[in-house]
Design a protein around this ligand. Structure first.
Ligand SMILES: Cc1cc2nc3c(=O)[nH]c(=O)nc-3n(C[C@H](O)[C@H](O)[C@H](O)COP(=O)(O)OP(=O)(O)OC[C@H]3O[C@@H](n4cnc5c(N)ncnc54)[C@H](O)[C@@H]3O)c2cc1C
Length: 400
């Protein structure tokens, strides 16, 4: 067993490796007026730009994984180092200081949602086939869960999977699928049993997206980009060896992915809170009491959020599987974002809605319009509140 390095030694080693492969970022400490004038939280990319970004990120992820700096908290058998989860955050803080490609949503889904789900539910053949390739981003996998009639109420999924010899035939429609245009596979939740208890009638599959019968159509987002999609499955044949988990356990497989998603989402607001504070410092002491209040509110919430993250990470280290506490983490993150939006209104006023050409003002508009998407994706704020009420606080179930 490799000994766990002391955090300071680990940081130093990470810095040394990063210096050998990347250049330091000029504005590492959120200096106002430097760096790209971009604050968006959802990508606004054309298809070609999305492909190009994913290509660059994957190249970086491969370099990282091969050098032993990817998959830090995975066991060595999967190319990891078996370090406590907190080391991932230590590494990321160091990486932020360097000019490296910004991971996009599909890469997070691949490495942090789908790979752990296959580790928990996959056969050993599936684990051998997929885990290293997903962690290394040799293949990318999106999440084919939501449907026009199944979002918050995911157990209403109606995409059918019917057995045909040693394969399954999938027919239905998925929607809001992030990254489907550039993904190689999709983790799909399908209905294999039309009658009986609805959760028990679901089964999960890993669907190769180049199979005949798969059609992906981009959906234009409020931010202008189109990185999520409708995915139509028209008699798509999937071999039984791509069924993920036993028949009828699709709901449990999906819960594994969703729990990982909440834990991944709980860190999202940190960068932007720092940048908002930099904006407030730049504007100086002439701020109105309302604006000062709003900025202090962001700071307080960002602190609470980061303590929640630390608590959840510590808990993960004790018993691995993320539980309903992830909902607190996700909700704390979207609450910080909501407060950042409110503070931006107070700080920037009309400059947030009309482009004055001034750095670091109108560019925030893209962030503000992206926030509602984050409050919905991965389970809406209301659904997180229901989970916290029922599964953390033990309150009575909400009426159906
Ligand atoms: C940016 C983005 C990326 C996404 N990426 C993916 C992806 O990659 N793969 C994927 O499968 N899906 C993805 N989604 C879909 C997302 O998971 C769903 O949008 C979400 O689960 C909500 O479902 P819905 O849109 O059907 O809304 P609905 O479930 O119809 O909800 C509508 C409103 O009613 C509220 N509501 C619903 N039920 C309750 C209740 N019981 N109690 C209180 N309030 C309730 C909701 O909070 C919401 O405000 C993405 C969504 C977004 C915005």
């Amino acid at each position: 067993v490799t000994p766990i390095p002391a955090p300071d030694d680990f940081r130093e080693q990470a810095r040394a490796w990063l210096s050998s492969v990347a250049t330091p970022r000029a504005n590492a400490s959120a200096v106002w007026g430097t760096g790209p004038d971009r604050f968006a939280i959802l990508d606004t990319l054309s298809h070609d730009q999305e492909l190009e970004l994913v290509g660059r990120v994957s190249e970086w992820e491969r370099l990282r994984y091969d050098a032993g700096w990817g998959a830090l908290d995975w066991p060595t058998e999967w190319g990891g180092r078996g370090l406590p989860s907190g080391y991932e955050a230590l590494y990321r803080a160091e990486e932020q200081r360097f000019d490296t490609p910004r991971r996009n949503e599909l890469v997070y889904v691949t490495q942090q949602l789908v790979a752990p789900t296959i580790r928990q539910w996959g056969t050993s053949g599936q684990q051998q086939r997929f885990i290293r390739s997903l962690l290394r981003t040799d293949v990318l996998c999106c999440q084919l869960f939501s449907e026009p009639g199944a979002g918050s109420d995911l157990a209403s999924v109606s995409t059918r999977a019917e057995r045909d010899g040693d394969a399954w035939v999938l027919t239905g429609q998925k929607v809001w699928t992030s990254g489907a245009r550039v993904a190689d596979f999709g983790e799909a939740l399908c209905r294999t049993e039309a009658h009986g208890e609805r959760h028990a009638g679901l089964t999960a599959f890993i669907v190769p997206l180049d199979t005949p019968g798969v059609t992906v159509r981009p959906i234009r987002q409020i931010t202008g980009g189109a990185t999520f999609n409708e995915v139509f499955l028209d008699e798509v044949r999937v071999p039984d060896d791509l069924r993920l988990g036993p028949i009828g356990t699709g709901w449990k497989v999906a819960l594994t992915t969703l729990a990982a998603e909440r834990v991944t989402s709980m860190r999202v607001a940190f960068d932007h809170a720092d940048r908002l504070l930099a904006l407030a410092r730049h504007l100086g002491c002439g701020l109105s009491p309302v604006a000062r209040d709003a900025v202090a509110d962001v700071w307080v919430h960002e602190r609470v959020q980061s303590m929640n993250v630390a608590r959840i990470v510590a808990q993960l280290e004790r018993d691995r599987a993320p539980g309903p506490e992830g909902s607190i983490g996700k909700l704390a993150a979207t609450e910080t974002m909501r407060r950042i939006s409110a503070a931006l209104g107070a700080l920037l006023g009309p400059k947030l809605t009309a482009d004055s050409g001034e750095w670091g003002t109108y560019a925030w508009a893209e962030y503000v319009v992206g926030i509602p998407g984050l409050r919905i994706a991965g389970g809406s704020d209301e659904i997180q509140r229901n989970i916290i009420a029922e599964r953390v606080l033990g309150l009575p179930r909400s009426p159906a």
